[in-house]
Design a protein around this ligand. Structure first.
Ligand SMILES: Nc1ncnc2c1ncn2[C@@H]1O[C@H](COP(=O)(O)OP(=O)(O)OP(=O)(O)O)[C@@H](O)[C@H]1O
Ligand SMILES: [Mg+2]
Length: 502
């Protein structure tokens, strides 16, 4: 008799020291389905999948693939059993090409030599099936995050596995790419294979998933048909309380202009071409745009990470030049970057180190009267980050790598907030953060604005921009194509402006 399930994980327990990450979790996948796995940051989603994929060994419980019990000792073993995984954190060799990353350790060989031609064509074929146009020979570090994420998905698909785990695959994809991924998931499902889909974007769950499992605090709370619950009910089950509103009330009042950018043009490839805007005190300015609209490049240019060819930046009416991030920080700017893995996350170091690193670089920070480092001052700031952003961690001495992905992101946001910047640049800050914590971050941003700080927030999530921004500037291919007041915001106009310079 064949099993009705592709996968059954039964009564899985896993502890890390005193942290019970998985507490008697049962999880099943039916053939030809997409099974969404949702829950707050630190709920245990990645741990459950890491147990399946042989990265962690379970303490107890059983795993069945069809009719066989299995125990994957390591990821290689899991792949041999027909399980592949797209990891939450991109783990690519950034100096190598896309195709080398995809075929790492299993290069097609001919006469003992790596067959680059075959590798190229095989890679091309996978990308074609995904409907994406990425050069297999491009070096990974030169690609935008979304392309890197697509390449990672291509890799998981290239194994032709029965079960594909996708741990937040859409976190840095733009809408168009999400559409492509969903089409692809549809095809895979049609072949009778199973997809486990982890995401914090519940509209995606509604759109693609058949089944859903909700986890909270290491436990399975509910499994069932996605159609049985609406998004609000799923949110309540996730966070364990009612949440009527995804966005806090907006009560900040923008005042006079503090920052003015005039005809900014960057130097080099992918640079900003022509951007002008004003930012007011106490204002939250959203930036919308498609992939390749150079929104990240814009904030990087303002922050002194990229050279300026022409144009002007005025701070309180006076022209300034941020030649380096250090100078930008001195001028009161802070930048929360898009991707934690490549931009200053130190997974092997403590939460405290990761929380304090930027402020630490400032002269005199954390010194006492005798000019000695004060561990008391440091501990206080680290605790502030943990409390303010509600980081789920047993303490600040623990290594960053032991935190869940979303909680690492919170620490990194916190490190910039510690600088108490006048102008905060946020590049997709809520990526990978759960709905409850998002609400708290929005609340924090609005409070900052109320205190007279100014915020620029890039987001690919339009409802988020509608929820918190006072105005939204749209970029298209390096140009500013329009700026809409809160009252004028609508999806259609933003789409139009986003496509204006393509
Ligand atoms: N290697 C580890 N060592 C110690 N604790 C860990 C380790 N990996 C995970 N944990 C802990 O296990 C719990 C579950 O983490 P997990 O990464 O599974 O959460 P998640 O549901 O994937 O969250 P997110 O949405 O933030 O990615 C967290 O409390 C986390 O700190
Ligand atoms: Mg995770």
């Amino acid at each position: 008799m064949t099993s009705e399930y592709l996968l059954r994980m039964e009564h899985i327990c896993k502890s890390f020291g005193v942290v019970k990450a998985l507490d008697d979790v049962t999880f099943t996948v039916r053939p030809g389905t997409v099974h969404a796995l949702v829950g707050e940051n630190g709920a245990g989603k990645s741990t459950l999948m890491n147990v399946l994929f042989g990265i962690h060994q379970r303490d107890s419980g059983e795993i069945w693939l069809k009719d066989k019990t299995v125990c994957c000792a390591n990821p290689h073993d899991a792949l041999m059993h027909g399980i592949s995984m797209v990891h939450q954190e991109l783990d690519q060799v950034s100096e190598r090409t896309v195709m080398e990353n995809i075929w790492l350790g299993r290069y097609p060989a001919r006469l003992m030599l790596v067959d680059h031609k075959k590798m190229y064509h095989d890679t091309k074929k996978i990308f074609e099936s995904m409907g994406v146009d990425i050069d297999p020979k491009a070096t990974v570090k030169n690609l935008p995050v979304s392309y890197r994420q697509m390449a990672e998905i291509a890799k998981a698909i290239s194994y032709n596995s029965d079960i594909i785990v996708m741990d937040e695959p859409t976190s840095s994809l733009t809408e168009k790419e999400v559409d492509k991924l969903m089409q692809l998931m549809n095809i895979i499902r049609g072949q009778g294979r199973g997809i486990i889909f982890i995401t914090h974007k519940l509209d995606e769950v509604k759109r693609i998933a058949d089944d859903i499992t909700i986890m909270r605090d290491g436990k399975r709370i509910w499994t069932g048909d996605v159609k049985e619950y609406d998004i609000n009910q799923i949110v309540s089950l996730m966070v364990g309380r009612e949440m009527d509103n995804l966005y806090p009330p907006k009560d900040n009042v923008p005042e006079e202009t503090v920052l003015e950018v005039r005809n900014l043009k960057g130097m080099g490839k992918n640079a900003v071409k022509d951007v002008s805007f004003k930012l007011r005190k106490g204002e939250i300015l959203g930036i919308a745009g498609l992939l390749g609209s150079r929104r990240t490049e814009l904030v990087e240019t303002i922050f002194g990470l990229r050279p300026i060819e022409s144009g002007e930046i005025l701070l309180n009416g006076k022209p300034i030049v941020n030649k380096s991030p250090q100078q930008a920080i001195k001028n009161g700017f802070a930048l929360v970057t898009e991707e934690r893995k490549f931009n200053g996350n130190f997974p092997g170091m403590s939460v405290l180190f990761n929380a304090l690193i930027t402020k630490f670089n400032r002269r005199g920070a954390y010194r006492n009267n005798l000019n000695l480092l004060s561990s008391k001052k440091m501990a206080k700031d680290a605790q502030w980050v943990i409390d303010t952003l509600r980081v789920k961690t047993p303490g600040s001495a623990i290594k960053m790598s032991k935190l869940s992905g979303g909680n690492q992101q919170k620490v990194i946001i916190g490190r910039w907030l510690l600088l108490n910047p006048d102008i905060l640049l946020l590049d997709d800050p809520t990526r990978g953060i759960d709905v409850g914590a998002k609400y708290e971050i929005y609340q924090f941003i609005i409070n900052l604005a109320k205190q007279g700080k100014s915020i620029i927030m890039i987001s690919s999530d339009m409802s988020e921009l509608f929820g918190v921004a006072d105005r939204v500037m749209v970029m298209s291919n390096g140009y500013e194509t329009g700026c809409l007041d809160r009252s004028e915001l609508n999806q259609e106009t933003i789409f139009k402006l986003s496509a204006q310079r393509l």
